[in-house]
Design a binder for this molecule. Structure first.
Ligand code: ADP
Ligand code: SF4
Length: 695
């Protein structure tokens, strides 16, 4: 197949200063939890995207001087020449596949805590460092400014030495010194770097000029700039200072990479923002500059991408998450395989990897983060190791992915699903407020399964142990999922909550299935991810009074890692949900709940018609146990292996279920089971400055 001519426009080459991108697909800088701690992982992850057709592949933030040290964030680094070989690894991986490599230099201003270097952070004027951390940044004087400019220049030269084609000057995300200077919220200087917008933009202009002078015609100089901070008139706004900055600098950089600040505004989840949510904020940029413009917006619709270019909104389709979910997105468009694109669902599990300082994971793409460690390619997979026949029981994310990947390997696969449709618990999730796009996890897999003649799908087929044994399969994977508990047992309660069996309790599964409830409904969140809050939203939408109780100090506290927490709490407040924080369930009765303060132990009572504990799920593993507990019958049936996967093994994230299914498929018939193979790690080696004499 060849590409649809309507998308030709996306494959035009575009000049960026002295370099030329082969098409309009641009992977903007994005964090990944790998950085220079896991540099081979990072390089392989980037290289796969170049192979998948992206024209430009950028690093994550790359700090270039120890006075702007962003430790312990796992990012790129160019403090000295020692860092160059590590940073060059990604360049090699990217260039091997004909893409340009971009390096996003960063200097953090008030968000550099300098935890490793112990230098005093510095920025436009004295202010507390970001977060709730004690400590302040000091105001920069003219010498500091001159030093900063020199260090930035050195950083650019090191990036050039590492082989990068594009170097960034970065003024965005409320974590850069240059944004501290530009924003009137942060800049209170009275010298030529403060006051008017011309003054506040002075340092950015100087650094762009320095960088251009340093790298000459050997590299393009990109500016990443937050045109809108969503802080009202006090901050940078797209129709105020944001526009003024682009007007003032117009054609000075070789490329404008424009977006929203902070990161939680830039990378909003599908629960809170539609595809293309940034377009209204950036649509004017190309009117102001003659240089190429790149912008993001979680774009996965190819029509929309083509329209963005033809309407003159951007020159490049910027992407972080869509390139993570499908590193081969451009190639698939080019080859006319639109339906094969694994669309990002906008869940930000990838972001959580960076927040928790581990290599990122992706709900849609189970190979993400495993390109180097396990050698997993997102498109290719080893052919089958035998003519074995495989039965997969359960058609949720784990079962679907196992069947799909086994089918791709060439195995004869049968998938049996008890329900009348495939998807498992994704079907329920996708019906909850804001989670419709999660159905893409199901739909992509069903689409791929339908293309595999060696996979048979059976619906309405609830299997018992006898049937599984009868069919004569060689291998059986049980992916029968999980159910929510009713008795409140979970993180806080290691025993059932007294009174849980009084008859009024409803589980999340029952609420999703529209069980009758009496008001007020009290949701008890000891799960701390999205479920309790989406149930609250849904019940309010159905006209119920909802109270939200949690032992945590905030609602949905784990969603800090997906950058949703603030928005979730705001939404519940807006919806009139009563929030009771820092309290756990003491007893449940017909009409009220007794709550206990997790700090003081004080007791309080809340009226309750229907308690809904969102605490933990139990695996639905009765089929697995029944088979496992009778090894003689298994052997007699000729079943060589029986494996529980996904939530049936241990309930968790959808990403974990997909990964579990994928891993099962990858390791069938491998000589050494994956978990027994050595765990590949990146050893940064020992310093040659050992031993050191102390004085
Ligand atoms: P996971 O997230 O691990 O994929 P899900 O709960 O999403 O798990 O999906 C499990 C699927 O297994 C559900 O669609 C359920 O209907 C199906 N299932 C459960 N028990 C059986 C069974 N005995 N036979 C066939 N399908 C089953
Ligand atoms: Fe998209 Fe979720 Fe994958 Fe991130 S983890 S790329 S948001 S599907």
């Amino acid at each position: 197949m060849s590409r649809d001519p309507r998308y030709d426009i996306l494959f035009e080459p575009v000049k960026i200063g002295p370099v030329t991108a082969r098409n309009r697909f641009y992977q903007v800088p994005h964090c990944n939890g790998m950085g220079t701690v896991h540099p081979s992982s990072m390089a392989a992850m980037r290289g796969v995207k170049a192979e998948g057709g992206w024209a430009v592949i950028c690093t994550e933030e790359c700090d270039f001087h120890h006075t702007g040290d962003i430790t312990p964030a796992i990012e790129a680094r160019l403090w000295s020449d020692q860092d160059i070989p590590i940073m060059a690894r990604m360049v090699e991986a990217v260039k091997e596949h004909g893409a340009l490599a971009g390096c996003e230099l960063v200097y953090g201003g008030h968000s550099s805590h300098n935890r490793l270097s112990r230098e005093i952070p510095m920025t436009t004027n004295a202010m507390p460092v970001s977060g709730w951390e004690p400590g302040q940044a000091r105001a920069m004087d003219k010498t500091d400014i001159a030093n900063f400019r020199r260090w930035h220049r050195q950083g650019a030269l090191r990036a050039r030495q590492a082989g990068y084609d594009i170097v960034y000057v970065y003024a965005g995300h409320n974590l850069t010194l240059l944004q501290d200077f530009i924003s009137r919220r942060t800049n209170q200087r009275t010298d030529e770097y403060g006051g008017s917008i011309e003054n506040r933009v002075r340092l950015l202009r100087e650094v762009i000029e320095d960088t251009k002078e340093a790298v000459g015609d050997t590299m393009a100089v990109a500016v990443r700039f937050a045109v809108e901070e969503l802080e009202g008139p006090e901050g940078i706004t797209a129709d105020g200072d944001g526009r003024a900055v682009v007007e003032l600098l117009a054609d000075l950089p070789d490329l404008w990479d424009v977006n929203l600040s902070e990161w939680h505004n830039d990378s909003q989840t599908a629960r809170f923002a539609e595809e293309g949510f940034q377009e209204p904020f950036v649509s004017w940029v190309k009117e102001v500059t003659g240089k190429p413009v790149v912008a993001v917006g979680r774009y996965t619709s190819v029509d929309r991408m083509a329209s963005l270019v033809s309407r003159g909104i951007v020159d490049f389709i910027g992407a972080a998450r869509p390139s993570i979910a499908d590193p081969f997105l451009p190639r698939k468009i080019e080859e006319g395989r639109i339906e094969d694109i694994r669309e990002c669902i906008g869940c930000n599990i990838c972001v959580s990897g960076d927040y928790m300082m581990m290599p990122m994971r992706c709900t849609q793409n189970p190979t993400k983060g495993e390109e180097w460690r396990r050698g997993w390619h997102p498109e290719r997979i080893a052919q089958k190791g035998s003519d074995a026949r495989v039965l997969v029981v359960g058609g949720g994310p784990a079962g679907l992915e196992a069947a799909r990947a086994l089918g791709q390997r060439g195995y004869a696969v049968t998938l049996a699903e008890a329900g009348t449709e495939l998807g498992g618990h994704l079907n329920a999730l996708a019906g909850l407020p804001g989670l419709a796009s999660w159905a893409r996890v199901r739909d992509w897999r069903i689409g791929q399964l339908h293309k595999l003649p060696n996979v048979e799908l059976f619906l309405d087929s609830r299997l018992d142990a006898g049937q599984v044994r009868e069919f004569g399969f060689d291998h059986v994977a049980i992916a029968t999922g999980s159910v929510w508990r009713r008795d409140g047992l979970g993180r806080t309660h290691r025993r059932p909550v007294p009174g849980w069996d009084c008859g009024t309790v409803r589980t999340p599964d029952e609420i999703i299935a529209d069980a009758a409830v009496e008001g007020p409904v009290v949701i008890y969140d000891d799960d701390h991810y999205f479920m309790a809050s989406v149930l609250a939203e849904r019940l309010v939408g159905q006209g119920r009074d909802v109270v939200y109780v949690t032992p945590a100090p905030e609602v949905a506290v784990w969603t800090h890692n997906t950058m949703e927490q603030g928005r979730i709490q705001a939404r519940l407040i807006d919806l009139g949900v009563e929030l009771i924080l820092g309290r756990k369930l003491a007893t449940i009765s017909d009409e009220e709940l007794e709550l206990e303060c997790v700090y003081s132990g004080n007791r309080t009572w809340v009226d309750c018609g229907t308690p809904v504990p969102v605490t933990m799920r139990d695996p639905v593993d009765d089929l697995f146990r029944a088979l496992k507990d009778d090894p003689a019958a298994l052997e007699a049936a000729g079943i060589a292996s029986l494996t529980a996967i996904g939530d049936c093994l241990a309930p968790g994230l959808v990403a974990a279920a997909v990964y579990g299914g994928h891993k099962y498929a990858r390791q069938l018939d491998t000589e050494v089971p994956l978990d027994e193979a050595p765990f590949l790690r990146e050893n940064v080696g020992l310093s040659d400055a050992w031993p050191r004499r102390m004085a």
